[in-house]
Each structure stands twice: as C-alpha cells, then as structure tokens.
Design a protein around this ligand. Structure first.
Ligand code: GCB
Length: 633
C-alpha cells in the first residue's frame, strides 16, 4: 500500500521492490481444491457428540474418551457438522454450556489414499470455537487456539498403520474465554452458598454477540502429492494497459522441482506463463478486478495454474483464482485502481436461527442476494474472520471487504499481544490473495484507555503492515481517547457512533451537530479519510410509532436518515464510507438491553426486510449512481 503520487514512478518502484507480503508462519494455508492431483472428501453431516458436564469439565481427559468410540464411553447425541451446538436441542444447559464438548465419527478412507505412499492425506477443520484438540485413532494430531481460522494436520502415516480399520476422528472443543484468549473473557465463580449451588460459575464477556461454539465450518480430508505446492502469494499492479502479477510459490515435502505457472482468463484462454518459484507475469490488455457497481464487469478473476514437474511429468497442480487491482489511500480518499471508492455497505455476523454460527450455503447465497438487492458494495467482517468461502463469493461478485480480526478487547498484556500477532499472521496467511480484501482491521473498539494499549496497538499495526505492505490497516474505534492510542498508526479512521441511541436517547435532533463536530475533530487531528464503520438503532419488527420512538421501525429509519444528511455533507471532503450496524438481527447473551438478541438489523434474523432496508436500498442505489461510475482520468 502506498500513497499515490506519480503512479507510473510508483509502479516502477513496485517492480524493483522486494515482495510486500512477508509471512513468518511456517507453511501455507491454501484453500483445499480438487485437481488431477488432489482429492477432497467432506466429512460434514452427523457426528456423535457429548458435552462434558462433569464439575471440572475434565472427565473426558481423565477417562481418555479419545481412546475409544465416544459412544462406548457414555451417552451421545447426533450433532450436525458444521453448526453451533447451542441451539440444536431443547436443553438450556447445552445452549449455555461452557467447557469441553466432544465430537467423533468414523471415516472410510479410500484404499488408494492408503496404499499409495506418494499420497499425503491431510485433515482440515475450517474452524472450531474456541480451543480444539484433534485425535485420529486415539492419537493426538493437532491442537489449535482461536475460533475463526482453519487448522490442519497431516495424517498419512497414522492411517497407514492399521490400513484395514476405519479411521476415527475425535475433536474436543472448549469455548471457555479467559484473560489469555482472544477475545478475552473471565470465568467468575459465585461462592455465596446461600444464593448459588456449589461450583456455580458464569462466563463474563465484553462483546455483543452470542458466544456460539462447536465445529463451525466444514471438516475435510484432502490429499496432495508427497512433494506439493504448499503456498502461493500474489501481489498485483498495473501500468497503463498491462497487468502485473508478482508471485511466489513454495513447495514442501522434498526437493523443489520445476515449477510452471500459467495464467488463464475467465474463459480459460491462455494469457501468460512463467517458470520458477517467483517472478512477474505480464497481462496484456488487462481486465482489472472492479468492485460491484463500479464497473459493468465487476469481480473479474483470472486463474493461475501452478504445476510442479519432476522428470518431465506433472506431479502436482493447484489453481488459484486471482484478481488484478490496486489499493491506495490518500489523506482524503480510498482508491481502488486509482479511482475513488466510496464504501456503501453493511456490517455482518455469521449468525442465523438453529445453526448459530455454523457454515450454511443457503444462508450465504441468500445474504449475497440481499446485499446486491440493497446495492451494497462492501462489508466488514465484524468481528472475526469469516469463512473463506464467503471471501471467495466476494471475489467473484466484486464485494469489497474490510477483513476484521477481533471484537472488543480490554486486555493488553504480553501474552495477549503475542497471541494477537500469531492470529494476525494466520489471517494474513489465509486471506492475502483475495482481491476483495482491501483493508485489515486489527480489532474493534479496543478499550484503549488501559495504559499499555498504545504500545500494544503500535506493535500490532506495525506488525500487520510488515506482513502485508499492499493493504491499508485500521482499527475500529468509538471514542476519541481510544483513537489517541492507535490513531497515529492507522491508514484510515474507522469510527462507530450511536448518537441518539446510547447517548441522548430519543433525541434525533442532536445527531447533525454531534456527528459533524465528531468528524471535524477527527479529521483535524489525524488527517486521514474517515469511514462510519457502525451506526444504527434497534427496531423490533412490526413495532410502529409516529412521531418516532426508540425501538420502532420509524425511529430506526429517522435515525439513519439523520446520519445520512451529515454523510452527504462530508462525502466530497474526507468522508469515504458508511457501513450500517447491522445487516441482520443477531443473537447475543441475555441481558436487559437485548430483547432476544440485538435488533439493529435492517433485516430480521430470518432475512425479512424492515422499513430501513427500503430506505437504505434507495440510498445505496443513488450513491452507486453518484459515486460508483468510473471517473474519467
Ligand atoms: C458496537 C459494537 C457491536 C455492537 C453494537 C451495538 O459498538 O461494535 O459489536 O453490537 O455496538 O449494537 O451496541
């Protein structure tokens, strides 16, 4: 990411510079794709399941439940994977369960995967919240901390040991949040025996969404050859009509053989080729990746086929979809392909009835259809990394993403920081090649009044910029005091505010003054473009009152409208985007501020529009016409 001056000079410098994406983690996290040399077997469906309800939640480890089938060590129920387990049964104890839950199932592994010593078999979990341990046939193969990113383990030699036996996969998942986890939480024991039974505890959390848990994304077995393409990194640029793709490929598992890279256009026609593990592909008459509503052909993707040869035979093949685009930020603008981009979008959650945070294609496709209906060109992955399949949809449809790592954090110790840096590495490693990702958000609303916060954020933001120099970095903030800690380091100021909602309740008349003062102060201080990264009001669908009162659909509409008036005044100055809170109603912990969840959605949780959806739809299509057209050079 660079501040544009003379673009041609910068492009030249780009070609001469070193690779901008530097990843300290060992190994890649390429999305598993089938090819002539790779197979994928999905393990989704029903698994056996048991929550460890013992007082210390440790019975499973004490009795080594992983050593046998789960059904042999106690009662089990059927649990769908992927899904949160919380809302699947009628049992409130399971809905609110804190501690270890256990899943297992047997898998028939294709005989040729076992007999062919040249095949590498990998077990991959798309995500499981929060801490996971995985065993295969009773032997531990991996563990992982963090609820929203994939992890995997090679299991080839293990399954070859007893080739005739089915392969039993056991996964234990713990959703307990502590001061060491990200997001943090605390476990509080209630010791007053006159009010609470022995051992009674609660999980305290500082974020506003239900702590859904379980195996949330697909579980897969996939194969690669023994010597395999492990990671690919691409960075793109263009000069006049020529696209430039700088690539780096790493091969693992043995001697790095000849690599051959072929780029194809959307119709499968040859575009360019190269040999070797790094280089630059030149694309004549390039078709750039454009956001939805900014071009008649948004989301244009090329395919980069990476082939690994040995003795003139192809040994491995992996095809990466990629889009060619640039991102730059000035003091007042966000530029995609050197054109000003205005974010008119939403904040989302991975959240729905029954499945909780579980991956669900019908829901994902419905949400994309709703976003396109609304005229949304962007969203923020509030407040954690979303499934990679969602990012792929964004790539294909031209929906621009602010890729966020974490919700509210309030602990700034060394342990949190080291873990935060590792998860940031994991996020960049997974998402670096997605053209839809135009900015990293390292956290939402950190309670930065805590003293070590400034060091924490400086380190985190600088680390992220060192990982990836091609994208701007932000963190999302709500208070000016918070911004003082990280503000000097961010490229774009992302600000949340809830005027006439959490403050000055019911007083819509104060919004124009407070909002514009707020913007002016922030711009004066940081001289960075500003995005309204959250604003909104709860509306209970079907509740009406005119003149508007809080919680009615009319109030939600009127509040949005009063924000929009100020946005329109600042739009041609430094104000570069608006993301409504929230796309849809979503579940939260129980509390007196939430009526069965957060109701700030412009759609209900079942994805039916409230009045505000129509208001926003009108506005976003108007904005698309005013801001989205390609501006002349
Ligand atoms: C915020 C948070 C978001 C909450 C929202 C609200 O500032 O970032 O997670 O859900 O406010 O509705 O209170």
């Amino acid at each position: 990411m660079s501040v544009p001056g003379s673009f041609a000079v910068l492009r030249l410098l780009w070609l001469l510079s070193v690779f901008g994406t530097v990843l300290p983690l060992d190994g890649g996290m390429l999305f598993p794709r089938e090819s002539s040399f790779r197979e994928v077997k999905e393990l989704n469906g029903l698994w056996d399941f048991r929550a460890d309800g013992s007082p210390n939640r440790n019975e499973g480890f004490e009795k080594a439940w992983h050593k046998r089938q789960l059904a042999e060590t106690g009662p089990v129920i059927e649990m769908p994977v992927p899904a949160s387990y919380n809302d699947i049964t009628q049992d409130p104890t399971l809905r609110d369960f804190i501690g270890w839950v256990w899943y297992d199932r047997e898998v028939a592994v294709p005989a040729r995967w076992i007999s062919d010593q040249g095949t590498r078999v990998v077990l991959r979990v798309g995500s499981a919240h929060y801490y996971s341990i995985v065993w295969v046939n009773g032997e531990k193969v991996t563990e992982h901390e963090g609820g929203h990113l994939p992890f995997e383990a090679e299991i080839s030699s293990l399954i070859r040991r007893e080739p005739m036996k089915p392969c039993r996969i056991t996964i234990a998942v713990n959703n307990t949040l502590t001061l060491e986890t990200l997001p943090p939480g605390t476990i509080q024991y209630m010791n007053d025996s006159s009010r609470y039974p022995d051992g009674f505890f609660v999980q305290n959390m500082d974020f506003d969404f239900f702590n859904y848990a379980g195996i949330h994304r697909p579980v897969l077995l996939y194969t690669t050859p023994k010597v395999y393409v492990d990671d690919i990194t691409v960075e793109t640029n263009f000069m006049d009509n020529t696209g430039l793709i700088r690539y780096k490929v790493s091969v693992q598992g043995g001697f790095s053989n000849t690599l051959n890279i072929t780029l194809m256009d959307k119709d499968g026609h040859f575009v360019a080729s190269s040999n070797g593990s790094s280089g630059v592909l030149r694309v004549v008459d390039v078709k750039l990746w454009w956001p939805y509503l900014m071009h008649e052909n948004p989301g244009y993707l090329y395919s980069m086929k990476v082939r690994q040869h040995a003795h003139r035979h192809v040994r491995d093949e992996y095809t990466l979809p990629l889009g060619i685009r640039t991102v730059n930020v000035t003091n007042t603008q966000f530029l995609i392909n050197n054109k000003p981009f205005y974010f008119h979008g939403v904040n989302k959650h991975e959240d729905a009835d029954i499945r909780g945070r579980g991956f669900d294609w019908p829901l994902i496709v419905k949400d994309f259809n709703l976003m396109k209906w609304l005229g949304v060109n962007s969203f923020r992955t509030s407040h954690y990394p979303y499934a990679e399949e969602i990012l792929q949809m964004c790539d294909r449809h031209g929906i621009v993403l602010i890729d966020e790592l974490l919700p509210h954090i309030s602990v700034f110790g060394n342990a949190s920081l080291s873990h935060h840096l590792v998860v940031m590495d994991e996020l960049v490693r997974r998402d670096k090649n997605h053209p839809s990702v135009v900015m990293w958000s390292v956290a939402n609303e950190p309670a930065s009044e805590m003293p070590p916060a400034e060091f924490y954020f400086k380190t985190l933001i600088e680390h992220t910029k060192a990982l990836d120099q091609t994208r701007p970095v932000t963190y999302v903030t709500i208070a000016e005091a918070d911004m003082d800690k990280g503000g000097p380091y961010v490229d774009v100021v992302c600000v949340n505010s809830y005027f006439a909602w959490y403050f000055d309740q019911g007083r819509l008349d104060i919004v124009p003054l407070q909002l514009s003062t707020h913007f002016e102060n922030w711009y004066r201080k940081y001289q960075r473009p500003i995005i309204q990264s959250e604003y909104g009001a709860d509306a209970v669908p079907g509740l009406h009152m005119d003149p508007p009162m809080m919680f009615t659909e009319e109030y939600q509409n009127a509040l949005l409208q009063s924000y929009h008036d100020v946005f329109d005044q600042k739009r041609n100055q430094y104000f570069i985007g608006e993301l409504i809170w929230n796309f849809a109603d979503f579940m939260t912990a129980q509390g007196i501020y939430r009526v069965v969840g957060n109701k700030k959605g412009i759609f209900t949780r079942q994805r039916q529009p409230k009045a505000a959806a129509f208001l926003l739809r009108k506005r976003y299509w108007r904005l698309a016409n005013e801001t989205g057209r390609l501006l002349p050079d």
